[in-house]
Design a protein around this ligand. Structure first.
Ligand code: HEM
Ligand code: FES
Length: 355
């Protein structure tokens, strides 16, 4: 089966997110380029091209810092989730800003070289063996290449084409890009005359990015320990592991066999989970293969319908089937194998409330 390209679908949230981002970037560049020079040492004025190179370089660095903080922040506190919403556009914009920075470097630093500027960029300093005077530009090139690859593959088409595991692994290289940028700055700009503000910004970025990832890692380890304990206690009470949330597509069911003649259909619908017997009250039709509509399942054989929350046919019909209790621990679905009397209401498990 081939993967089809569908253009990015815009909606109000995405437009608002991008508009805020663009305004913030424009404001930062304006302040850096227009307002900043009035505070500089007048005895050492900075050339406009260098100022713009610095403005775009530091802007891309700050954007990369924010991008890397959004993931852990959203995991630590759900209120940050909206920031995650359009992070891919953030990444593409960062690659663009970094490219403008690199372009200023090429059109200024290497423009007066008799050799081609691209050749000059790669050959003017090859002292890779030493720390002081290290060709830090190469680290910038590696970072920029990674940002380009990530921007080019950010569309959902690439996610479907490459598959989630490969796409995710590829996009983890954003951390390599960040490490390269930190080294690019540490071995480049920070080796020059001391600038306490810029040095503090770079240090704060590294502390923030690593600190947030460390805190998230600890929180998740704690949560996983809690989940393992909760699961073990339910299993001791006779509950069975029915599978993982990811195994069930929306509006579909997973059928679990408890005994040769006892199958349970676990449905995922409207952000909830419910379990009913797989056998229709009419002629044992396989309910797990039926269609879900408005919280009701329609049997694929002759069309009997049942409410997923209580196993009752909608009025005026009176058929009832067994329901089962479920719990969601992390993404693991646990099932109480004791069937409840036909027609018993069980509150559906809200997927967002998973422990
Ligand atoms: C082709 C790729 C790149 C090249 C050739 C390049 C080159 C340079 C050069 C020559 C400097 C000046 C250093 C100094 O004044 O001592 C610089 C500074 C800097 N670069 Fe890059 N760079 C590249 C990519 C990047 C990327 C991808 C980022 C960030 C995402 C970045 C962020 C910075 C920052 C923050 C500075 C310091 C600016 C300042 O002095 O305030 N660079 N870069
Ligand atoms: S078996 Fe389900 S409607 Fe007939």
């Amino acid at each position: 089966m081939s993967v089809q390209y569908t253009p990015v679908i815009w909606n109000r949230n995405k437009i608002f997110y991008d508009a805020v981002l663009l305004i913030a970037v424009a404001l930062y560049l304006y302040v850096f380029i227009r307002v900043g020079p009035s505070y500089e040492d007048v005895s050492k004025p900075i050339d406009g091209a260098i100022l713009r190179m610095r403005a775009f370089g530091s802007c891309a660095f700050l954007m990369l810092t924010v991008i890397l903080c959004i993931g852990p922040l959203a995991r630590l506190d759900r209120r940050f989730l909206p920031l995650l919403y359009n992070r891919r556009h953030f990444g593409v914009m960062t690659a663009g800003i970094a490219a403008v920075h690199a372009n200023y470097v090429l059109t200024w630093y290497f423009n007066f070289s008799p050799t081609d500027r691209y050749v000059a960029l790669l050959s003017s300093n090859t002292s890779y063996g030493q720390l002081l005077g290290f060709p830090f530009e190469t680290l910038g090139i590696v970072a920029l290449l990674i940002l380009f690859v990530l921007a080019a593959t950010s569309h959902d088409f690439w996610l479907s084409f490459l598959g989630a595991p490969i796409w995710k692994a590829l996009h983890m290289s954003i951390y390599v890009a960040y490490a390269c940028v930190v080294l690019h700055v540490a071995l480049g700009a920070l080796q020059g005359p001391a600038d306490p503000i810029f040095t503090s910004v770079v240090a704060a970025s590294v502390v923030l990015v690593s600190g947030l990832h460390f805190a998230t890692g600890r929180m998740e380890a704690r949560r996983e320990r809690g989940e393992r304990t909760a699961q073990a206690s339910l299993e001791q009470q006779g509950w069975v592991v029915a599978g993982d949330l990811d195994e069930i597509d929306d509006d579909c069911a997973k059928v679990v066999t408890l005994a040769e003649d006892e199958r349970v259909a676990i449905f995922k619908y409207d952000g909830k989970l419910s379990a009913i017997t797989n056998a229709c009250a009419h002629q044992n039709g396989p309910l797990g293969e039926g269609k879900v509509l408005w919280g009701c399942i329609t049997c694929p054989w002759h069309g009997y319908q049942y409410n997923l929350a209580d196993g009752r046919a909608p009025a005026p019909f009176t058929e009832k089937i067994s329901t089962y209790r479920l719990q969601l621990i992390g993404s693991t679905i646990l099932l109480d194998p004791n069937a409840l009397p036909p027609g018993t209401h069980v509150d559906p498990v809200e997927i967002g409330d998973a422990a």
